[in-house]
Design a protein around this ligand. Structure first.
Ligand code: ATP
Ligand code: MG
Length: 434
């Protein structure tokens, strides 16, 4: 399963023990240097970098000339002899015998080597080349660890992975922030969340999860909002919001531990300290959070969602991960279950890191009649939820779940302030390409 010229070793496999063996590398020309009678080609592949050296005395005249014509980012096959070399990074290098230009590159639009001076917009305009830099490489290798840790943790806890439609007929949570699309001869929408499907599916599979895109027509231009996001959604029958927070305790711990174990190299590239989680993650109620704000003299609107000012003030008291629970019912979606005996508060939570919201969750209403009432009181028309409400007549179990923004979690793990750094191809009001 390789290109015609067979690779014998990856860059990281060129070690002093190989001294004297013939090797063939396949990769990109990361950097080149000319030092009199020596020409250095730094080759990059998925494992890292290795230095290949052509000595004028050891190669043909044509090859010697050709080497200086290669441009950075060209794809090369380099055949040569491995040599132990204490000065070389990794303790070994390759003495070049033959080089094949597999695919030439023009001068790259941004610098791939070291820290680029290019601003984020320029980098995003040239994302495919930008992604070859060590920083984005580190970020997206961590992302791969995170998604696989989430999958294994949820599967171990009895959840099955589902895939629900992203083209939908009605809004999940009301019409705001929905994108519409032409769907044959009518209008359809892009899904903001798999909420209703995942709830329905608890009646068939009990425990389900999905890692998939969600679309939000966000009007606000912030460092933490995009129009297309990857959401981690989970929903479980016979659990309530406290159970879901415990599940998230374990999930966050698993993710953090796995990244700390598997991505030391990447964390170092990012200059990021290991994130720590102490379990259980503290849980504070909305009303307690309001008391904290009052004590600090921070104003806030009664029974409303917290804004940035309030969250920043709270995060001064509550560092790292914490939950805010028992939110005002009016400030949450219609499907959140009101607290027994105190209907103005509901069984809901946000998982926070500092002042950034990572996830929202709740016990859901599983009584169809109450659900209809809640829709009406939030200004939604129960008729447009007919297909959803129907399933509440056929054995809907009590259930609870959460939705977590993958990129928000990745911001925390990588220490990035702008969500655009941790999404390969971010979509916002201004950016629809590349
Ligand atoms: P926020 O208050 O931060 O705008 P939200 O409460 O509107 O988020 P939810 O509907 O609770 O978002 O979505 C669940 C999670 O998905 C959020 O906790 C967040 O991590 C992520 N998320 C939601 N909207 C966005 C967005 N526009 N860009 C990036 N992540 C988002
Ligand atoms: Mg939320």
């Amino acid at each position: 399963m390789t290109y015609g010229i067979k690779r014998t070793h990856l860059a990281s496999e060129i070690t002093p023990e190989l001294d004297g063996s013939q090797v063939t590398l396949l990769g990109w020309l990361h950097e080149k240097r000319d030092l009199g009678g020596l020409r250095f080609l730094v080759i990059r592949d998925r494992s890292g970098l290795v230095q290949a050296i052509a000595a004028k005395k050891e190669v043909s005249r044509e090859l010697w000339d050709e080497i200086s014509s290669f441009k950075r980012e060209s794809v090369l096959a380099v055949k040569g002899i491995a040599k132990a070399s204490p000065q070389a990074p990794g303790g070994a290098e390759v003495r070049i015998r033959e080089v094949t230009l597999i695919s030439p590159s023009e001068d790259p639009p941004i610098d791939v080597v070291g820290k680029t001076n290019a601003d984020l917009d320029t980098r995003l305009d040239n994302r495919i080349v930008d992604l070859r830099r060590t920083e984005p490489q580190a970020i997206f290798r961590i992302q791969s660890t995170v998604s696989s840790a989430i999958r294994s943790y949820l599967r171990e806890n009895g959840f099955i992975e589902i895939f629900t439609p992203k083209i939908i007929a009605t809004a999940t949570e009301g019409g705001a922030s929905l994108f519409s699309v032409f769907y044959y001869d009518r209008i359809a929408y892009l899904s903001q969340s798999p909420q209703l499907y995942k709830e329905q599916l608890t009646s068939a599979f009990e425990r389900v999860f999905e890692i998939a895109p969600a679309f939000r027509a966000e009007e606000s231009d912030t460092q933490r909002h995009l129009s297309e996001i990857t959401m981690v959604d989970a929903e479980a029958a016979f659990m309530d919001y406290q159970d879901i927070m415990s599940l998230l305790d374990g999930l966050v711990e698993r993710v953090v531990k796995t990244v700390n174990k598997e991505n030391q190299k990447e964390l170092k590239v990012l200059g990021r300290e290991e994130v720590e989680v102490k379990l259980p993650i503290p849980r504070i109620t909305y009303d307690e959070a309001v008391s904290v704000l009052e004590r600090k003299g921070v104003e806030h609107e009664k029974d409303a969602d917290f804004g940035t000012v309030q969250l920043k003030a709270l995060s001064e008291e509550l560092s790292d991960f914490y939950f805010i629970t028992d939110w005002p019912t009016a400030a949450r979606p219609f499907y959140a279950k009101p607290l027994e005996g105190r209907p103005e508060r509901c069984e809901s939570f946000d998982l926070m890191y500092g002042w950034i919201e990572l996830a929202s969750g709740a016990t859901r209403i599983n009584d169809g009649k109450l659900l209809k009432e809640r829709m009406s009181s939030q200004g939604l028309n129960p008729d447009s939820f007919k297909t959803h409400l129907k399933w509440f007549n056929y054995g809907m179990p009590p259930h609870a779940g959460f939705g977590l923004g993958l990129a928000r979690l990745l911001m925390v793990l990588t220490g990035k302030d702008n969500i655009r750094e941790v999404v390969m191809f971010p979509r916002d009001k201004r950016r629809l390409e590349p």
